[in-house]
Design a protein around this ligand. Sequence first.
Ligand code: NAD
Ligand code: GLY
Length: 352
Amino acid sequence: MTTVHVSASREYDVLIGRGLLDRLGEVVKSCTKAQTAVVIAGDRVFPLYGARAMVSLEAVGLRTLSYVIPHGEQHKTLETYGALLRFLSEKRLTRTDVLIALGGGVTGDLTGFAAATYQRGIDFVQVPTTLLAAVDSSVGGKTAVDLPTGKNQVGAFWQPAAVLCDPELMKTLPEDEFRCGTAEVVKYGMLGSAAFFESLEQHGVKDRLEDVIRTCVEMKRDIVGEDEYDRGRRQVLNLGHSFGHAVEACSRFTILHGQAVAIGMALITRAAVKRGDCPQDALDRLLALLERFGLPTGTDYGADELFAALGTDKKRSGSTMHLVIPEDIGRCRIEAMLLPAVRELLRLGGVK
Ligand code: NAD
Ligand code: GLY
């Protein structure tokens, strides 16, 4: 087992290791004062891992409840959130109890936001079951739900009490969902480590899952430790996400988050090459790696549609947007741009 310690407004450990799910109770006991734990999971994940999580929590004497939500981004809403809060209140959860987010980024974001706001904040523990959640969304304390006008429009920064990451749980992940996680993994190499990017080119992800997760979590720990509230450096984690969120929104979420991030990274890197900010070789290597991981690198949506979908992006403030511009493999910068320049960037990225 590997432990990565995160220092933010709250200190906590990210535990990474096979078989850790059976130690969930022990971990919850060691980092919270809970008497009741509520396992929150999607309707696909709960039948797979819910019982094991509950047995582990019950074994350490916790009153253990479960709450199952419908799976999918379309349920990361105020309605699902409101129903969960009502359940917690009906079951008389107190401020010292704990929520367990067992699932991918949708479950983690929703449960985290409920934890941030129920009785002005209670503990939660992240148990990521997707690669994307393991390397990104379970760490760093961004929690949110969507509005019909855009993703993650309502949320809070609220750090977990612990993250328990068991790579065994990813064995049941559909191939498409695993690929989505690899898009975020490539993002880390692209934004901050040429050596890590090269290791992905040489060895891929699947056969060394624990190492890959650890490397990404360590990179995220460093960034979050420096800029927890996303006022500066943390924005590099949005590489590919501005255009990616627009693609996701245009597709009405039929294109998955990780696929959209891959498209977004390809678009912004093509544009960076055209502007002379990034060498052609970096683009060639990025496209080759994304394609090797089975990820898309282009879109048929037009510049008008994508630009309109950027309207509610949180990286926008007034008439400017902060975009992450790749300068090479392993290096990027944040650039504030006026909206017409963002539109031009889409065109340079190859969008019609
Ligand atoms: P997800 O949570 O929707 O999970 C993907 C699918 O896989 C779901 O259908 C789920 O039921 C299924 N699934 C999950 N684990 C499984 C397993 N082990 N076996 C079988 N099926 C399993 O999607 P995701 O890609 O994990 O997360 C995407 C979400 O994360 C988006 O809402 C995005 O906005 C958010 N996100 C948040 C942050 C953050 O910092 N908070 C960062 C990145 C992404
Ligand atoms: N995934 C973006 C962030 O955590 O900042």
